[in-house]
Design a protein around this ligand. Structure first.
Ligand SMILES: Cc1cc2nc3c(=O)[nH]c(=O)nc-3n(C[C@H](O)[C@H](O)[C@H](O)COP(=O)(O)OP(=O)(O)OC[C@H]3O[C@@H](n4cnc5c(N)ncnc54)[C@H](O)[C@@H]3O)c2cc1C
Length: 428
């Protein structure tokens, strides 16, 4: 039958498109839908960086880097500017991984490359401009398919043995399936707003394209990421309650915060903003139940988190790999509810420690009063300019170490080495 599939996937970006590619490898007949029309920006605005961890999973899916990233957006240095008091430059070579760099990603291009690859596969029927409006259930409450419609409102119905919600952090599929969060860590609500800029000045004489993190220490930070073709995305992370502080609109708050950083203000002197300011006012952190009778969730629909550590793309690719493994087990005869439970537990186990650390970082960077100047100029400087600390931080972001072994606070090793550098005149 024409409207019958093995798996229907709602949402065709990172989680959905990558899952379709993996299910194609299992010879499954897939319907992949998205209400957006590609090429398009993600519905939930994102200002992304990716690490070698995500590149490795993309390679596994058959992508060469030049297909999804721009050479100019290859980042080999990350500068941390600490309240204008000192700058610490982290060389990404310190990661000591298969790749010694990270990328700023243009999501418009990146998402389209993924969608088009999935759509080109013979067993995948891809329909953009087609939104799911409801799910079909049988008398026992088992999900059996979807109802959807095009922009012109023509309604269509499709059946499948499994329906997957890959429709992002505000997942409508989760609501229709009856999925609820089973763990949330929302004590420190944060927001993120960003825009793209052109003609941004060089960061310094020696560095043209570093990613620069401006830590302001009083409830907000700014991240400047090269996207290639002369474009930068500049993101402002802040506390949710501050987005409209003083009766300001989110866009005003964003532009004001950019102007408060002298070095960034200088870089933006001749720059032009080329996109509207977009963002998310309240970014929750947590997990929803990821499986049930006839359904599953993947990507942000399953696990949503603060973007401060830039883990969303990797997590979406990883969860889709784990879900594809669970579907293979189901195909081989394991009951779906058992395979789904293994999937949920496996992904939770791989991500919860990182999520807890990210939340700790949100608390420390946005909700903790700035340390006194004396501490910034000694302990913090010693820590952030210590190559061993820098290596651990980069490897933490690249998911190359157990996140619980990484500390954001100064520890004896970096302090002693920093003190020694100062004493011996090798101040960095
Ligand atoms: C401000 C911000 C900054 C971020 N920065 C980073 C970063 O630096 N690095 C990083 O790795 N991650 C980052 N992320 C996270 C990253 O963007 C997400 O983790 C990632 O996009 C999740 O992919 P996804 O495929 O699960 O969902 P999404 O990208 O949200 O895609 C969901 C898709 O589902 C479609 N859809 C929704 N409802 C329906 C429906 N009813 N019918 C049909 N289709 C539907 C939408 O149109 C959309 O195309 C950031 C996120 C935010 C909010």
């Amino acid at each position: 039958m024409d409207n019958q599939y093995d798996v229907i996937i709602i949402g065709g970006r990172i989680a959905g498109a990558s899952l379709a590619m993996r299910l194609f490898q299992q010879n499954l007949r897939v319907l992949l839908i998205d209400r957006a029309t590609f090429p398009s920006w993600p519905a939930v605005p994102s200002s992304p960086i990716i690490y070698p961890s995500a590149m490795r999973l993309l390679e596994e899916l058959g992508f060469a880097e030049e297909e999804y990233a721009c050479p100019e957006a290859k980042v080999t240095h990350v500068v941390m500017d600490m309240m204008g008091k000192f700058q610490a430059t982290f060389s990404t070579e310190l990661m000591q991984l298969d790749r010694s760099y990270i990328y700023g990603i243009d999501r418009h291009k990146f998402d389209t490359v993924l969608w088009e690859r999935a759509a080109s596969l013979p067993l995948v029927t891809a329909r953009d401009n087609f939104g799911m409006t409801d799910v079909l259930k049988d008398d026992n409450g088992r999900v059996t398919g979807i109802v959807g419609r095009t922009e012109s409102r023509t309604e269509e119905r499709f059946q499948a043995r499994l329906v997957v919600g890959a429709d992002g952090r505000f997942s409508q599929a989760a609501r229709k399936f009856g999925s609820r969060p089973f763990e949330e860590l929302n004590d420190y609500p944060s927001a993120s707003f960003h825009a793209e800029w052109e003609n941004v000045g060089r960061y310094s004489e020696t560095m043209q394209y570093p990613a620069a993190l401006f830590q302001m220490g009083n409830g907000y930070s700014l991240l400047c990421i090269p996207l290639g073709n002369g474009k930068y995305i500049i993101a402002n992370y802040l506390r949710t309650a501050d987005v409209n502080a003083g009766g300001k609109k989110a866009e005003e708050t964003y532009l004001d915060n950019l102007q408060k950083v002298p070095r960034l203000r200088e870089q933006l002197k001749n720059a032009r903003r080329v996109t509207p300011v977009v963002g998310v006012r309240r970014i929750d952190n947590g997990y929803r139940q990821a499986y049930g009778d006839g359904w599953a969730l993947v990507g942000d629909a399953f696990h949503y988190e603060s973007p401060l550590d830039g883990q969303g793309i990797y997590n979406a690719l990883l969860a889709s790999q784990f879900l594809a493994d669970a579907i293979a087990e189901w195909q081989a005869g394991k009951p779906w509810l058992q395979a789904g439970a293994t999937y949920q537990q496996r992904f939770y186990g791989s991500s919860i420690a990182m999520l807890k650390q990210t939340v700790k970082r949100v608390q420390q960077e946005l909700y903790t009063s700035p340390p006194p100047d004396f501490v910034v100029n000694t302990l913090l400087r010693w820590m952030l300019t210590d190559p061993a600390y820098q290596q651990q931080f980069l490897r933490y972001l690249a998911r190359a170490i157990d996140p619980t072994t990484f500390s954001f606070s100064p520890t004896p090793g970096p302090i002693m080495r920093g003190l020694w550098r100062d004493i011996t005149g090798k101040r960095r």
